[in-house]
Each structure stands twice: as structure tokens, then as C-alpha cells.
Design a protein around this ligand. Structure first.
Ligand code: SAH
Ligand code: SF4
Ligand code: F3S
Length: 460
């Protein structure tokens, strides 16, 4: 569904702040926790800060505007953000113009917003993830009236088009294509903090991709919490085809997909546009036990999941697969864990990200009985890591002596030699030596050594 679309245009608050800080040499700094969606939002926050006349600081200590873009997915992420905020208490005392904003998913949790308001007097504003365009207004209110603001619980339906981004990398770009999630997996906070699913218009996305490719971007990653449930006038496979048909030397990635929306049509589009759409798929399993999957509300079975893996490999033999696994969901038995290990053995993912289940306030799973002890969860995740490390190592062995295309991300001098780092189309991390690779370009690398987590090679 596409909901109302607003166009950012030039916000009068941007111009007003610009006037207020003009000639004052003001600096900003943005911290980012969480997923790629937050990375993409932070790039927009940077652009808003620069439009308001702030300059980028290398260190938060030197900034007059600090924005912390938070994640609520697990308790650990929240603890890290809250303890980071404490560092700014003294700074606020010494500089009344100092602004500390908390944005992102934690700002959309009622109890956290209240803690920030009542226990963190040096936090000057909060904004929920879909309210980032209102950052200039929050900054303006604080600079003029010293008013703290906590924007919360307002309409989460709008999509704001036209916000600029200051990208971290000139050759890689995130493109958010849909926001929110309707799946309500019982452990997950995302639907509560990011709201319902809404998709951008296909024409806006395609126009953005054209602009990015014209400006030299070599990798576009389409983002959404449930990217393959994208639906506007186009469905996700049609959108992918249209982007793949744009002329240019670039590769398309996307994340995160839900198994239930991984259709045959999507797989055949990936196979058809092999050179343009990366042969890589992140397919979150979460658990290999049907009874746990059911209680997670994942809506697929282990057999269904394995059949999707088979179809992906059948249509795109070189495809690399990765997954997410949650260990220690309430009531998870030893047999359930063995089922998860069994699916990992059968699916043979290139990479698996495993997480210890973290109860999230307000989600159904947090209220379930049989919450497991931390020691059991800790012991089980170690077993998942041990198995997956072995599989990842084995999956990389066939790369030995092969030549692969790598998009070069960085160049670093280490102990007198120059090491380049990049990613294969299958998203493998590669470190390689070479006389003259260009960062931001594709290059061919011959692999001379493989490990579980990376490949080593030399430019061919
Ligand atoms: N939309 C994506 C990603 C969501 S968050 C998806 O559907 O997979 C990324 C990962 O965090 C999830 O895949 C899940 O493995 C993990 N996760 C989410 N909630 C969690 C929780 N409460 N505790 C531990 N891990 C969690
Ligand atoms: Fe969370 Fe499930 Fe939505 Fe992913 S699909 S964001 S895990 S509710
Ligand atoms: Fe975290 Fe929000 Fe992303 S909870 S994982 S930053 S959608």
C-alpha cells in the first residue's frame, strides 16, 4: 500500500536555524546503532544538519549538535545507547547551546521516551524513526525557546520524499523502498516502533536509482524490514527488473527478505538479471523447529524454508545465502535447538548471524512462560557458532584459485604494504594486494587463501 506522500521541500526551520548558527562555526556528529535502515536514516540526518549550517565534526566531543540514532532490537543495543548518552551530561552543563537528540527505534518506545524525558534532562529532543524530517524544527525550538521536545505517537503513515543524503560512501548507496512491518513475529519490536508497512512509489525509487547511477554509484542496496513484500503499482520482482534495466556498471542488493514473500517470480528475476542483481540472498530462518516457528509467528515450516533454499540454488547455482537465527526463544527445548542445527547443516548458509533471544517489552514473546536461563542460551549459541564457523569455512574453500569480481571499498597501508578491501558479488569480504586498484570500481581478484570469514587474494 502507498500512503500519503509528503515532499520535504525546503523546511522553513532549516533556513531559520541556518540564520541562527551562521558565523558561529557549529559542528554536528551522528552516532548510528542498529540496521541498515538506520544507516540510511543517519545519512539523511547528516544532510539535514548540513542544510542547517552545521559542519561535520570528526569527534562527538567537538560537536554542538549530537544525534544518537538508536536501535531497540535487543536489550544490549539499548543499554549501549543509554550509557553513551551519559557521556554528554557534563558537556550540556558547560554549553547551554549544546543539543543532544535521540532518534530512531528507542525513541518510539513509550517507556524509553519517558525515561529520556524524566531521567535524562540533558537530552533535548527525541524523534521517532519516521519523523526524522522534523529534526530542524526540534533544533530550532531548542535554540530559540530552550524547549525540549518529545515527538511521539503521531501519525506514522506518511512517506516523506525529497530528503537529501550525505552518503558514507560515494560508490555505495542505500535506497529505502518500504518502511515498517506487518508481520508481528512474536519476539520482535520492529512493527511497534516502525509502524505498518508502507511502500514508496516505484517511479520515485527508479528516479532515485537513475540519479545514483548517473553520479557513479556502483552498488545500490534496496532496504526494507520486509523488502520482498514491497508493493506499489509494482511488486518487488517488477521493481527489481526495472532497476536492473537501467544502463550502467552497477550491482543491486536488497535486504531483508521474508521467506513467505520469496516467490518463484522473484527467484526467476534474479536469475534473469544475473550480472546486475547480486547472487546473494539473506533469508532469515530464526529457528529450525516447526513448533518454535509457529510460536514465533513466522508462518513457514522448516520444510517450506528448505524448499526455498533449494529453489534459489537450483535457479542461481553460484548464489551465496545468509541467515539470522534466534537462540533461546521461550520454551525452546534441546530438541528444538537440534532442529535448528539440523537446518543449518542442510541449508549450508555461507554466513549465519545468531542472536540470543532478548525479551522486548510489549511483544507477546516477552510474556510467554518458560523464559530460558541466560546460561542455557549462552551455551546453545556457542553450539550454533561452532557449527556455522565450520560450514562457513567449507563454503569458502571452492573460491581458492578462482578469479572473482570485487567492488573495491577501501585502501589501507599496513606495515609497509597496501591492502585493498572489497566484496565479491556474492558479498564475500576480500582483502587483496595490488599496485593500482581504484576504490569504488570493480576489479578482478585471484583468491590465494580462504578462511571462514574472508578471502585473501591479489589483483589479476
Ligand atoms: N526484518 C528482518 C530483520 C529484523 S531484525 C527479518 O524479518 O528478519 C534482525 C534480526 O534480529 C532478526 O532477523 C532476528 O534474528 C533478530 N531479532 C529480532 N528480535 C530479536 C529479539 N527480541 N531477540 C534477539 N534477536 C532478535
Ligand atoms: Fe521483526 Fe518479523 Fe517484521 Fe522482521 S518480519 S521486522 S523479524 S516482525
Ligand atoms: Fe534496530 Fe530499528 Fe533496525 S530496532 S534493527 S534500528 S528497525
Amino acid at each position: 500500500m502507498i500512503l500519503d506522500k509528503k515532499t520535504a521541500g525546503v523546511d522553513p526551520a532549516v533556513l531559520s536555524v541556518r540564520e541562527l548558527v551562521s558565523g558561529l562555526n557549529r559542528y554536528y556528529y551522528v552516532y548510528t546503532f542498529g540496521c541498515q535502515q538506520n544507516e540510511a536514516d543517519s545519512e539523511k540526518i547528516r544532510a539535514l544538519a548540513e542544510a542547517m549550517g552545521y559542519r561535520r565534526a570528526d569527534r562527538a566531543e567537538d560537536a554542538d549538535l549530537v544525534v544518537v540514532n538508536t536501535c531497540a532490537i535487543r536489550e544490549h543495543a539499548e543499554m549501549k545507547a543509554l550509557s553513551l548518552l551519559g557521556n554528554f551530561r557534563a558537556k550540556k552543563k558547560n554549553n547551554p547551546d549544546f543539543i543532544l537528540g535521540v532518534v530512531g527505534c528507542m525513541a518510539a518506545e513509550g517507556h524509553i521516551k519517558d525515561i529520556l524525558k524524566n531521567k535524562f534532562p540533558y537530552v533535548t529532543f527525541t524523534l521517532e524513526p519516521n519523523m526524522i524530517h522534523r529534526l530542524p524544527e526540534s533544533v530550532f525550538r531548542y535554540l530559540t525557546d530552550r524547549k525540549r521536545s518529545f515527538v511521539f505517537g503521531e501519525d506514522r503513515g506518511d512517506i516523506v520524499e525529497g530528503l537529501e543524503s550525505v552518503r558514507q560512501s560515494p560508490h555505495k548507496a542505500w535506497v529505502s523502498i518500504m518502511y515498517g512491518c506487518n508481520n508481528f513475529c512474536t519476539y520482535c519490536i520492529v512493527p511497534y516502533v516502525r509502524g505498518r508497512e508502507r511502500s514508496r512509489a516505484g517511479s520515485d525509487i527508479i528516479a532515485e536509482c537513475h540519479r545514483l547511477i548517473d553520479s557513479g554509484v556502483r552498488e545500490i542496496t534496496l532496504l526494507g524490514q520486509n523488502v520482498n513484500s514491497y508493493r506499489s503499482d509494482l511488486d518487488f520482482p517488477d521493481l527489481l527488473s526495472k532497476i536492473a534495466e537501467i544502463d550502467g556498471d552497477f550491482i543491486i542488493r536488497f535486504m531483508t527478505s521474508h521467506p513467505k514473500d520469496t516467490s518463484d517470480k522473484l527467484i526467476s528475476v534474479m536469475a534473469k538479471y544475473k550480472g546486475k542483481i547480486a547472487p546473494y540472498f539473506h533469508l532469515p530462518l530464526q529457528s529450525g523447529s516447526d513448533s518454535v516457528l509457529k510460536r514465533m509467528n513466522r508462518t513457514y515450516t522448516r520444510d517450506k524454508f528448505l524448499s526455498i533454499v533449494e529453489k534459489l540454488r537450483g535457479s542461481i547455482p553460484e548464489i551465496a545465502l545468509s541467515t539470522d537465527v534466534i537462540v533461546g526463544f521461550p520454551g525452546e527445548t534441546e530438541t528444538d535447538l537440534e532442529d535448528t542445527l539440523d537446518v543449518l547443516e542442510k541449508a549450508r548458509f555461507d554466513t549465519a548471524y545468531a542472536f540470543i533471544y532478548s525479551p522486548r517489552e510489549g511483544t507477546p514473546a516477552a510474556k510467554m512462560e518458560d523464559q530460558l536461563a541466560e546460561e542455557i542460551k549462552g551455551e546453545r549459541i556457542k553450539r550454533v557458532f561452532a557449527l556455522q564457523d565450520k560450514i562457513s569455512y567449507e563454503k569458502n574453500l571452492p573460491y581458492l584459485n578462482k578469479t572473482v569480481r570485487v567492488l573495491v571499498d577501501s585502501r589501507e597501508e599496513r606495515g609497509g604494504s597496501v591492502i585493498y578491501t572489497g566484496r565479491t558479488d556474492t558479498n564475500k569480504l576480500v582483502h587483496f594486494t595490488c599496485d593500482d586498484a581504484s576504490v569504488g570500481e570493480f576489479t578482478n581478484v585471484k583468491i590465494t587463501k580462504t578462511g571462514a570469514f574472508d578471502l585473501i587474494g591479489a589483483k589479476e
